[in-house]
Design a protein around this ligand. Structure first.
Ligand code: UDP
Length: 509
């Protein structure tokens, strides 16, 4: 059955514009920013409905609850609607409502089949709802949302979860296909998207799955997504216009669509993740550990919501982290599936068991409060997989990055961070790491490598540059601080993202 939780304000309101947001439920990293877009839109006067699945509804609801002012005042006008996910009808076990909850890559096509049926249920719900949407914002894989929006005669925006620079590169790759002109998957070629002189230099191997001959998602889904992309009325991007050197405007020119940069959306939560009433035990442990560290002394290490490394690679990274001179806060995902010897190594080398404030390396095996960590004055650098959410959160906090892309569009983000923005140092990874969408096949169709590409020494070298106290490090810190100020300004009244949110909420396409 469909479950809805709405604030009294939204029930009473009939005149407000009504934004319906349907995050792609494949990944928590899509659900987070779309919920935050909802929170920001509500603060611009919209009534907002976020439609998701039952297993994901608590993620949305807890963010919405945290956005409410801690000492009273109006709660954001947001309804969270949970519509059952028809996983069983597609042959999935109960609760398979995100890609990270699937048993294996073989379940991915079933997940997409279930998502189609989910779309039919969402459309039925929206058709019958007492409050019609005035605008729909759909996650990138919800290709069915376009027909629904057309039937309801309302504009349909897409949210990819990518930055504008990456989207611009992808648009160029689709249109001009420079990757097809190179002789090997390791030959470097340029994507000339930022005139007059900047070329994004990558290899075919490093491109997002759109350009890979085999993904567990299947080519027909990729094609459908491309058609969806081409047909929507506009694009909502978690970025701000001042950040990506005009990429949003160039994307608008290249696609002929409205491109609304409305971020950094994590700033909708300033300080609220530190509220002790809502902090998890892991979060409390992280904040207490950081409180005992000197200003800008800590390296924060995280590879996103789903970044799992081969065990051999994890050990090389771990050896660098335990031997480097800086305190390290390290988030490890997938620890359940690590071989016993690696798990033992982790426990013995990282003081995981006793989280004493003086320990050099704090390992978090659950969910870390990333935005609050990056905002903490003890953090001096971020070793990141360059997921767009993490990238923007680092930018918003003014923290320089060491870049270790894993997959998807992360190699494109790395080039932006290092070459365009000058706020990062590259670890120098050349090959993507396998994930559920690319598992068992690499770009070439050969078996993925399970050995460690990146050695301990290479990680150490990148960390030394990241934490460098000399002129080079100082210049990166200065640029990062400059971007932090611009990020904050973008969301202030009259700022570029503020104006774009007004546009999204009040004038539609
Ligand atoms: N995140 C978090 N705690 C964790 C891991 C991830 O809060 O332990 C959040 C992070 O702040 C970001 C999102 O999850 O908002 C990850 O998104 P990103 O686009 O960086 O990477 P993805 O998970 O898609 O690879």
């Amino acid at each position: 059955s469909i479950v809805q939780r709405a604030t009294p304000e939204i029930m009473a309101s009939t005149t407000k514009p009504h934004l319906v947001l349907i995050p792609w439920q494949g990944s928590i990293s899509h659900i987070i920013p779309m919920t935050d877009i909802g929170i920001l839109s509500a603060s611009h006067g919209a009534a907002v409905t976020v439609i998701t699945t039952p297993a994901n509804a608590p993620v949305v609801q807890s963010r919405v609850d945290r956005a409410a002012p801690p000492h009273g005042g109006a709660a954001p006008a947001i309804t969270v609607t949970a519509i059952p996910f028809p996983g069983a009808e597609a042959g999935l076990p109960d609760g398979s409502e995100r890609l990270d909850l699937l048993r294996s890559p073989a379940d991915v096509p079933r997940f997409f089949a279930a998502n189609k049926m989910f779309g039919e249920a969402v459309a039925r719900h929206c058709r019958g709802a007492s409050r019609r949407p005035s605008c729909v914002v759909a996650g990138m894989c919800h290709t069915w949302a376009l027909a629904m929006a057309r039937e309801l005669c309302v504009p349909c925006y897409i949210f990819h979860g990518f930055g504008a620079f990456a989207l611009l590169c992808i648009e160029h790759l689709f249109k001009h296909r420079p990757h097809e002109a190179v002789a090997s998957p390791d030959e470097v070629f340029g994507i000339p998207v930022l005139p007059p002189s900047f070329e994004c230099r990558v290899t075919r191997r490093q491109l997002p799955p759109h350009f890979s001959p085999s993904t567990s998602m299947g080519g027909s889904h990729m094609q459908e997504m491309r058609e969806f992309d081409a047909a929507v009325d506009g694009v909502v991007v978690n970025t701000f216009e001042e950040l990506e050197h005009g990429s949003a405007a160039l994307l608008a020119a290249a696609t002929g669509k409205k491109v609304l940069a409305v971020g950094p959306v994590s700033l909708s939560h300033t300080n609220t993740s530190l509220d002790p009433r809502t902090m998890s035990e892991d979060a409390r442990r992280c904040m207490a550990w950081l409180d005992a560290k000197a200003s800008r002394s800590v390296v924060y290490v995280s590879f996103g919501s789903a970044g799992i490394m081969p065990p051999a690679q994890l050990v090389q990274l771990g050896m660098a982290l335990v031997s480097c001179p800086w305190p390290v806060l390290w988030v490890v995902k997938g620890a359940d599936s690590l071989p016993d010897d690696v798990n033992k190594w982790l426990c013995e080398n990282t003081d995981d068991a006793d989280a004493v404030a003086s320990s050099k390396c704090l390992v978090v095996r659950g969910w870390a409060p990333q935005v609050a960590i990056l905002d903490h004055q003890a953090v001096g650098g971020f070793l990141t997989h360059c997921g767009w959410g993490s990238t923007l959160e680092a930018v918003a906090a003014g923290v320089p990055m060491a870049t270790w892309p894993l997959f998807a569009e992360q190699f494109l983000n790395e080039r932006l961070i290092v070459d365009v923005l000058g706020v990062g140092v590259s670890v120098g990874v050349t090959k993507p790491t396998e994930n559920i969408l690319t598992a068992s096949k690499t770009v070439d169709g050969s078996k993925a490598e399970v050995v460690a590409e990146v050695r301990k020494e290479q990680v150490m070298e990148a960390l030394e540059r990241l934490m460098d106290q000399g002129a080079e490090g100082e210049e990166r810190r200065r640029k990062a601080q400059e971007l932090k100020l611009k990020a904050k300004g973008a969301l202030e009244e009259g700022g570029s993202s503020y104006v774009n949110l007004e546009n999204l909420v009040h004038s539609f396409v």
